[in-house]
Design a protein around this ligand. Structure first.
Ligand code: FES
Length: 349
């Protein structure tokens, strides 16, 4: 869904607004023009931005816990950021951006250029990290900037009176984004901070925490690969639908070339065109090189933008987006990183 674009989109002026009224989050991206109404430093490297509809008084599209928006940073650079505030808020979105000096420049650009009063363009909201509100008990685990979707989940669980606890790992109080907001709210009774001061000994003992998983207990983790891997390993015997994780950045071990990889063919269902996908090349690269339009964003298997329905064939999943149940069904494939176990794959494109 696209609304009429404004005449101009400077970063430091208010402009014509364009977000339609509140609606349920949908698979189809909604293009929004948002005004930056507040900027605040959470830590030395994490800054929060409050975004309101550029059209004053018009409610923003609704979102559920774990949702993100995709912001246009500059030129063709786009980045996804989780919504931190309580689901159901229609007057603003809150996002937090970690300035990543080793990254590809998007977060640095935001820190340097996003000012109060500026207008930004964003798609969304969308949700690849949904909260199951029917769980009997929920364990939330966040590491560093991974607090962003997890905090929205905690707020939602608090709102509906669920049994939950949040374990929030950071190096120190000074490096704990949203610390004041948590300790000064009703959430604080259900939050344990783990400030490890950068030491291994101070880390959360995930295997001990999760050793007695109950039938109706769900765990959600978001943070660095080491933390997510520890949770995955500690919950190996849990029903797969009770373990949920979101990574920041690609899982390099998942998307790199593997021994035994072989060439396969991919067919476009609507046209019958077939292309060979050689070892070391992604389906996405082969399709775009041949003029097939496919949506993409991270190109590293963690954003979900390139997920495409599979008509026939067996995917070899290497993304970090699909749940185990979705992988088992074989109905979707992330074109940027996954391959095929079968010799042929037909896509619903
Ligand atoms: S482009 Fe992000 S998962 Fe494929």
């Amino acid at each position: 869904m696209r609304t009429a674009a404004p005449d101009r989109m400077p970063l430091d002026e208010g402009i014509i607004a364009t977000v339609e009224g509140a609606s349920e989050a949908t698979e189809e991206p909604i293009v929004m023009y948002l005004k930056i109404s507040n900027v605040s430093d959470e830590t030395a490297s994490i800054r929060s931005y409050t975004l309101v509809n550029a059209s004053a008084g018009v409610p923003l599209p609704a979102f559920s816990a774990g949702s993100h928006i995709t912001v246009r940073v500059t030129g063709s650079i786009r980045r996804q950021y989780s919504l931190v505030n309580t689901p159901g808020s229609s007057d603003h979105y809150l996002i937090s951006v970690l300035r990543d000096r080793e990254g590809r420049g998007g977060s640095q650009w935001i820190h340097e250029n996003w000012k109060v009063g500026g207008i930004i363009e964003a798609d969304g909201p969308a949700n690849n990290f949904k909260l199951d509100e029917s769980a009997g008990r929920v364990i939330l685990i966040a590491g560093g900037i991974g607090i962003t979707p997890i905090l929205s989940m905690a707020r939602r669980l608090q709102q509906i009176g669920s049994d939950y606890h949040l374990y929030y790992c950071a190096r120190s109080v000074e490096e704990t984004a949203h610390y004041a907001a948590i300790v000064n709210s009703t959430l604080c009774r259900n939050v344990t901070f783990i400030h490890n001061k950068g030491t291994k000994a101070g880390r959360l003992d995930v295997s001990r925490l999760l050793c007695d998983g109950k039938e109706d207990c769900h765990v959600y983790v978001c943070g660095p690969h080491g933390l997510v891997d520890a949770v995955k390993s500690a919950t190996r015997g849990w029903p797969p639908e009770t373990v949920h994780y979101e990574l920041f950045g690609a899982d390099p071990s998942a998307i790199r070339c593997r021994e035994g990889d072989s060439e396969f063919t991919v067919t476009i269902g609507s046209t019958g065109q077939s292309f060979a996908v050689p070892v070391g090349q992604s389906i996405l690269r082969v399709l775009t090189d041949n003029g097939v339009k496919v949506s993409k964003l991270c190109e590293e298997g963690y954003c979900g933008s390139c997920l495409t329905p599979v008509v026939s064939g067996k995917p070899d999943h290497r993304d970090s987006v699909l749940t185990q149940a979705e992988r088992n069904s074989g109905e979707l494939i992330a074109l940027c990183c996954s391959r095929a176990e079968s010799e042929h794959l037909t896509l619903d494109l």
